[in-house]
Design a protein around this ligand. Structure first.
Ligand code: GDP
Length: 599
């Protein structure tokens, strides 16, 4: 017999399943439904509540799935569902290779279709290369739906009217189309031949349970077919896991809720945990699991266990965990060299570490994984990061942000974190902007809008202080006063005449300053400026009509060379077209004498 044949089947671990999707599309309901069905089918106790996860064993799955699943076709032990749905926990749960979840369910409301967090979840799934299926949820809300509790989709579909089927099909094809727009080739799951190439869409109702048998069947089949090798673990080996959450627990101090994805952890193990500063080396004090419901009245919600093996969720109580981070690795030392294990943890942390620049914004996130996701998204948006850390926005973050030279970078972007009260106060004093959101791309959008606002304001102030180009002509028979100042009627050909600007006249291409605008009147009223097309009277201090200037002369507002440069290089897209035309004609004249003028 070969090795393969003698392998203990328990050496195949349970695939870890995460549920993602837009808010209110039914992630929690779907998990509840699966758990609920599992409890009913298996009577009490068949499903095990882990810390942060629920294990649904194969025999329960096959009971729920009925004819769809023959347990003999499978040798994976079942599915482990992570209890907290959403991409936060998904990104937290990372392992050496990327995502910790082996497979994901993306929940999409059939009525609501693709929404911002659907896209964000897809993006995360794409980046982490996690296989997933789409649960097209809430099919029971299709008008006219005839519900069949817990039925497989084919049975319930058959019992619907043509009209209802058409409506459902339309919604499903829209979802398939949306997936395709995002670069995922998808189809209804029963049409999918190769789940590695195509995303299967499973119509379900978390309310009535319709389609849930199909969903479980597809998940099981997909894991069995494509992930069996990855599920092979050394059951007796030292455990490897990820911190899901760091929690104070009465009587136990700081504990880490951990998802173990390889090996075992024992209550007398020494472990190394990723910390804020350095890897933490500590000894397990207790391994805790939730007490079964029946015993919940006893003194503690938890019961101590001696050993657990992957895949599982477990609460680990140990000293010195205060610095542990959600998303950080946990490794059991056992008979290994502790320094080697520390190195591994350090290397893993480094691989998640975000590249920072000399200048940039401050980024805070709730977990290492989400920090990484934020960094990726900011990289795409070409926003540099000066500092990236897990944790709430604190006063010292404000101090770092306040040192930015570029006002646009005096900003803190907090993803799924709180802002401490004194950080708020500090930010007001230091003029630092704090953005927080629970959707990465909305957070980045908010920041980008802020940056645009600043840039606009900067350009507006520059424009306020810059001489605007103008070309204008003295109208015949419109000399109202000869000199001191000369007052003439003009027509503005292009650009903007502003009060106090200097006026030049070109003799050939040689500019000659003739005076300064000392008042503009339009139909007898004083105005500050005259735009292209306006006919106004202008007082020009300096020249005498008939000598330096004459009726029908073409005159220009003089543009200082520095201003011409800013206008051409930075503000060309900001100023009106006619002003740009005046500028270009002015530059042509100047540059025909001096090709480098204004460059
Ligand atoms: P989550 O934010 O994605 O976890 O969504 P929830 O599970 O909290 O569901 C949001 C709302 O949709 C709740 O009011 C649910 O009762 C409802 N809901 C979820 N799934 C279904 C479904 O399949 N059918 C119907 N009719 N309502 C559903």
């Amino acid at each position: 017999m070969s090795d393969t044949d003698t392998r203990d089947p328990t050496s195949l671990r349970t695939p870890i399943v995460a549920v993602l999707g837009h808010v209110d599309h039914g992630k929690t309901s779907l998990l509840d439904k699966i758990r609920g069905s599992a409890v009913i089918e298996g009577e009490a106790g068949a499903i095990t509540q882990h810390i942060g996860a629920t294990a649904v064993p194969l025999d329960i799955i096959s009971t729920i799935a009925g004819d769809l699943v023959d347990p003999d076709d499978f040798d994976l032990p079942g599915l482990l569902f992570i209890d907290t749905p959403g991409h936060h926990s998904f990104t937290t749960l990372r392992s050496r290779g990327g995502a910790l979840a082996d497979i994901a369910i993306l929940v999409v409301d059939v009525n609501d279709g693709f929404q911002p967090q659907t896209l964000e979840a897809l993006d995360i799934l794409r980046r982490s290369e996690t296989p997933f299926i789409v649960a097209a949820n809430k099919i029971d809300t299709v008008p006219g739906w005839n519900p069949n509790e817990d039925a497989p989709i084919n049975d319930t579909y058959e019992s619907q009217s043509d009209r209802v089927r058409e409506r459902l099909d339309e919604s499903l094809y829209e979802i398939i189309g949306n997936l395709s727009d995002e670069g995922f080739s998808a189809d209804l799951y029963w049409r999918v031949q190769n789940f590695q190439r195509n995303v299967g869409v499973v119509p379900v109702s978390a309310m009535t349970g319709e389609g849930v048998p199909d969903l479980l069947t597809v998940m099981m089949g997909l894991s069995q077919r494509y992930m069996k090798e990855e599920m092979e673990i050394d059951v007796a080996g030292p455990g490897v896991g990820t911190v899901l959450e760091v929690k104070e627990e009465k009587g136990f101090g700081t504990t880490i809720d951990t998802v173990l994805y390889d090996g075992t952890i024992r209550s007398d193990d020494r472990i190394v945990v990723g910390g804020q500063n350095e890897p933490i080396v500590t000894d397990v004090r207790a391994l805790l699991q939730p007490r079964p419901l029946a015993e919940i009245r006893t003194e503690s919600r938890f019961e101590k266990v001696d050993e657990v093996s992957a895949a599982t969720g477990i609460k680990v109580a140990a000293p010195e965990l205060a610095d542990a981070m959600a998303g950080a690795p946990v490794r059991v030392v056992r008979d290994r060299d502790v320094d080697e294990v520390i190195e591994e943890v350090r290397a893993e942390l480094a691989s998640i570490a975000v590249d920072t620049a000399e200048e940039g914004v401050v980024v805070k996130a709730d977990t290492l994984g989400s920090l990484e996701a934020m960094a990726d998204a900011l990289d795409d948006a070409e926003v540099p990061i000066v500092r990236a850390e897990v944790g709430d926005v604190a006063p010292r973050d404000v101090s770092v942000a306040s040192t930015a030279e570029d006002g646009k970078q005096k900003a803190i972007l907090g993803f799924n974190v709180d802002t401490l009260e004194d950080a708020h106060q500090r930010a007001e004093i230091e003029d630092v902007e704090i953005f927080t959101d629970e959707v990465i791309y909305q957070l980045i959008e908010e920041y980008e809008e802020y940056v645009e606002g600043i840039e606009q304001a900067q350009q507006d102030t520059i424009l306020d202080n810059i001489t605007r180009p103008a070309r204008f002509r003295i109208l015949p028979d419109h000399t109202f006063r000869q000199n001191d100042p000369a007052v003439v009627g003009v027509e503005v050909n292009s650009g903007t005449i502003q009060n106090n600007a200097n006026v030049v006249k070109f003799a050939g291409n040689e500019p000659d300053r003739v005076g300064q605008v000392k008042g503009i009147q339009e139909q007898g009223e004083d105005v500050d400026e005259a735009r292209a097309g306006n006919r106004v009277s202008v007082a020009i201090d300096g020249p005498t009509v008939g000598r330096q200037i004459e009726e029908d002369d073409e005159l220009w507002i003089e543009i200082p060379e520095k201003h011409a440069k800013i206008l051409e290089q930075e503000l060309a897209s900001e100023i009106p077209g006619d002003e740009l035309e005046a500028l270009n004609m002015y530059l042509d004249k100047q540059r025909s004498r001096d090709p480098f003028w204004g460059k």
